[in-house]
Every structure is written in structure tokens, then in C-alpha cells.
Ligand binder design. Structure first.
Ligand code: ZN
Length: 243
């Protein structure tokens, strides 16, 4: 089974459509949360994701914020403005769908969460030291996370210091093998690793082979829709730089 792994779409339909067109054939889709927030197309992105085959979708912190389940004081001013706009824009149907999403699931050898296995919605696994602390919090060999918007792979080390982080080149494949790993496909709609191209992964479910993927999309088209909705300038600008 070939699984499309996407995360942090952030209401960027242009990036999402580009990824879906680039991905080729896949049998199932796993979405690691943050379908909405920041971008101009929350309802369209929810609708598109819902229609994916054999979908497993998780809730992210921005999805919870859009549902009114998170204190807005926890977000910075730009994010807060985007959350308020998203709350006003979300249809009842999209709202109900986001409300139905789980915080964590296990599928075969894989645990899926948005943030980390220790705190599924909120914790950022930013480096190998944080990753090392979270390995005890999942039971499967591998854990898939999003949330940081940066594609990376952490490997458990049985003793000594945490193993170095692995960053694959686009198109590069890694056989996951016997080591336990935490894998982040990066962000579809708002990459933050200084590369503006949409980031995702393709997983061979049975063979446990992870392929990193990158694809450029029409950033200006998304920026134009954000401007027409008067979303914050800084959020519009950052898409072009990948931060
Ligand atoms: Zn996010």
C-alpha cells in the first residue's frame, strides 16, 4: 500500500492541489493536522482532504483554535487575526468535520499525531533532544508528526547521545528498518525550512520505506487570495521565503 502523508496544509488550496497532482497514485492518505489557519481556503481544503481515499486525518492546534477550543492569547497577533477570520469563515459542515477528528491513532507499525506522542496537539519536536524524550510515549516502531513545518527524521538511540537528525533530499528514500523513528513530512501549505516548495512524503506501508517529496506551487496565487481577504501582511510575505 502506497500512503500519501501530508500535514499542515493551513488552508492553502493551491499548495494542496499541487501536491495531490504531484503525488502520483496512492492507496491511502494520512493527514497529520492543521488543515486550516493562516491561509485563505479553509472550507475548500477541508472538503478536498475529506474526499481523499482511505483517509486517516488528525486534529492540529490550529484546527482546535478554529473550533474555539483554544485560548487565543496563546497565539501571536498575526496568527490570532487569522484564527478569528477562519472562525468566521468556516461553514458548519467543515466545523463539524474538524470536531470529529482524533488526536492520535495507531495503524500497524505507525503512530500518527500532530505535535508529539507525549503531547499530541501542542508539543513541537524541534530537535533530537526533544525527540529523544518522546520515544517512550509511543508503542509502535514509528511515529509520524507534523506541527514544526520542517521535514526531518529522528532515530532512537539505545544508549549514548541522541542520534543525528536526518534530512532527506527531495526524492530520496529511506528504508526505516529496525530502528525506531519519528518522521515529519514537513508542511504542504506553509513550509518553514527556508524552502517555499510544498513538502510531503510517500510511505510504502508494508516495506516501511519513506520518500521525501518537494514540489513548487503558485505561491503568488495563494498570496493574492490572502490579500483579498485582508489576512496579515506578514503571513502573506512568509510563504515566498519559507519561514
Ligand atoms: Zn501548523
Amino acid at each position: 500500500m502506497r500512503v500519501l502523508v501530508i500535514s499542515d496544509i493551513h488552508a492553502n488550496l493551491t499548495a494542496l492541489e499541487t501536491v495531490l497532482a504531484d503525488a502520483g497514485d496512492y492507496d491511502a492518505a494520512w493527514c497529520l493536522g492543521d488543515l486550516v489557519g493562516y491561509g485563505p481556503d479553509p472550507n475548500e481544503c477541508v472538503e478536498r482532504v475529506r474526499a481523499l481515499p482511505n483517509l486517516q486525518c488528525l486534529i492540529g492546534n490550529h484546527d482546535k483554535a478554529a473550533l474555539g477550543e483554544i485560548d487565543l492569547a496563546l497565539f501571536n497577533a498575526d496568527a490570532r487575526q487569522a484564527v478569528s477570520w477562519t472562525q468566521e469563515t468556516l461553514t458548519n459542515e467543515a466545523h463539524a468535520y474538524l470536531e470529529s477528528l482524533p488526536e492520535a491513532v495507531e495503524i500497524g507499525k505507525y503512530t500518527l499525531v500532530h505535535g508529539s506522542p507525549r503531547q499530541p496537539v501542542w508539543e513541537y519536536i524541534l530537535d533530537r533532544n526533544i525527540a529523544a524524550q518522546t520515544f517512550p510515549y509511543f508503542a509502535t516502531p514509528y511515529c509520524l508528526v507534523g506541527h514544526t513545518h520542517s521535514p526531518v527524521i529522528f532515530t532512537e538511540s539505545s544508549d549514548g547521545p541522541p542520534a543525528p537528525e536526518k534530512r532527506l533530499r527531495p526524492g530520496e528514500r529511506l528504508t526505516l528498518g529496525r530502528n525506531r523513528r519519528i518522521l515529519n513530512p514537513g508542511s504542504v501549505g506553509q513550509p518553514r525550512d527556508s524552502i517555499p516548495d510544498a513538502s510531503y512524503a510517500v510511505l510504502d506501508f508494508e516495506a516501511a520505506v519513506w520518500e521525501a517529496r518537494r514540489v513548487p506551487y503558485d505561491v503568488a496565487a495563494t498570496q493574492a487570495r490572502m490579500a483579498s481577504q485582508e489576512l496579515p501582511e506578514r503571513l502573506i510575505a512568509r510563504l515566498a521565503y519559507g519561514w
